[in-house]
Design a protein around this ligand. Structure first.
Ligand SMILES: NC(=O)c1ccc[n+]([C@@H]2O[C@H](COP(=O)([O-])OP(=O)(O)OC[C@H]3O[C@@H](n4cnc5c(N)ncnc54)[C@H](OP(=O)(O)O)[C@@H]3O)[C@@H](O)[C@H]2O)c1
Length: 359
């Protein structure tokens, strides 16, 4: 029972790094002395800063000899930006280590545990496994698939419309929902839109100061026909990358993009390419805030793992009003997309539903 309590404490410490640890995982560590008293704790805040275990040793109030450690992810055994944590644990004289899950990186997975065991330390693996997998699902997804964990968000009316047929859509949701969208962007390493959303909405795509630096802003375009004036070209607020499909783009439009914006060429319009590029840059979790066409393509290429839908108590009507998606070309009901784990909350009088998409 108390083992679970201490592991839950480690997980809750780990979550203090929710918006800051990427590309690293969220990790927390707790140290008890040989009599079971809490003598230290720590969490990983940011890449390049001490790991959770190292922080716990920095914060140590008493000798850890004969004591135990609770940590939600297997301690590292390689020299990265900081020294290996297993060495510190071994030299501290700690006798038992409770680890929730193994490191998902196949090259190191299990090696940290092996070294600790070899040094005579008792290892207990698997405590609060479900919670730890959930906490680091984006990090794990990126390590295993080499793609960023994608969340698709859209706002719609009660009749499932995201805008009028003339493209007007400001505003479907209430002010509280919009401000929640701004602050929740802080959980993400990058925010992605398509060229058409840039042209139609000219969004800022920032957290409005909730995160510093702001998430990377990404525009995916097939045509490169982007305006020469855009909020995304103001690099003093956040970094922007334009990714374009060189098989369809007209490169004469490159002159419209200011020098501070990074431009990346890809060979097709498959959204998977974006997900892979962002994963390579260390983006664990990315938010797709695109319109129906790119959203449909992103789902079709397995770039979306979770969905956030805001539903406003409004009716837009109109056969030709905008839908959140294009045609998936389903012919049978068993082909349709299924969502699970729905979490529903009220934001003023809007409804927000968070759900998981089965890939
Ligand atoms: N209510 C909401 O939550 C919400 C959210 C976002 C957008 N919107 C609305 O949606 C409308 C835009 O819709 P949209 O579907 O055109 O969105 P979009 O987000 O601009 O995506 C489509 C654009 O993405 C680029 N693209 C790159 N690869 C693609 C691919 N494989 N498939 C499709 N597009 C690809 C193209 O840009 P290029 O044309 O530059 O080549 C294409 O025009 C706007 O009116 C906006 O207001 C609503």
């Amino acid at each position: 029972m108390s083992h679970t309590k201490w592991m839950k404490r480690a997980i809750s410490l780990a979550s203090l790094g929710n918006n800051t640890t990427s590309p690293n995982p969220r990790v927390g560590a707790v140290i008890l002395d040989k009599d079971g008293n809490l003598i230290s704790e720590g969490f990983h805040y940011k890449a390049g800063m001490p790991h959770a275990e190292a922080m716990a040793f920095i914060n140590l109030k008493k000798d850890a000899k004969g004591g135990s450690m609770y940590v939600n992810l297997e301690p590292c055994c390689h020299q990265g930006k900081t020294p290996p944590c297993v060495d510190k644990i071994i030299s501290s004289g700690i006798k038992k280590v409770y680890i929730s899950i193994q490191d998902p990186d196949k090259r190191v997975s299990g090696k940290g545990i092996k070294l600790l065991k070899k040094a005579g330390i008792q290892i207990h693996l698997g405590l609060c496994r479900k919670e730890s997998l959930d906490l680091n699902k984006a990090f794990i997804h990126r390590n295993i698939t080499k793609k960023s964990f994608g969340v698709l968000k859209w706002a719609m009316s009660m009749d499932g419309r995201i805008g009028l047929k003339n493209g007007k859509s400001k505003w479907i949701t209430n002010v509280e929902s919009r401000s929640l969208v701004h602050s929740s962007r802080a959980e993400f390493d990058a925010i992605i839109i398509g060229g058409n959303t840039l042209r139609e909405d000219n969004p800022l795509l920032t957290t409005r100061g909730f995160k510093n630096p702001e998430p990377l802003r990404v525009v995916f375009t097939k045509s490169l026909n982007l305006p020469s004036k855009s909020n995304l070209w103001d690099c003093s607020k956040a970094k922007t990358i334009v990714i374009y499909d060189s098989s369809t783009a007209n490169e004469k439009y490159l002159t419209r993009i200011p020098k501070c914006v990074e431009v990346v060429k890809v060979s097709s319009d498959n959204p998977e390419l974006i997900s892979k590029i962002l994963a390579k840059r260390g983006c664990n979790k990315v938010l797709w805030e695109c319109g129906p066409r790119l959203a449909t393509a992103a789902i079709q290429s397995n770039c979306i793992q979770e969905i956030i839908t805001f539903i406003a108590p409004k009716i837009l009507g109109g056969e030709n009003s905008m839908n959140p998606f294009g045609d998936f070309k389903f012919e049978e009901m068993h082909e349709i997309l299924k969502l699970s784990n729905a979490q529903v909350s009220l934001i003023g009088n809007d409804i927000r539903v968070k759900s998981t998409l089965k890939n």
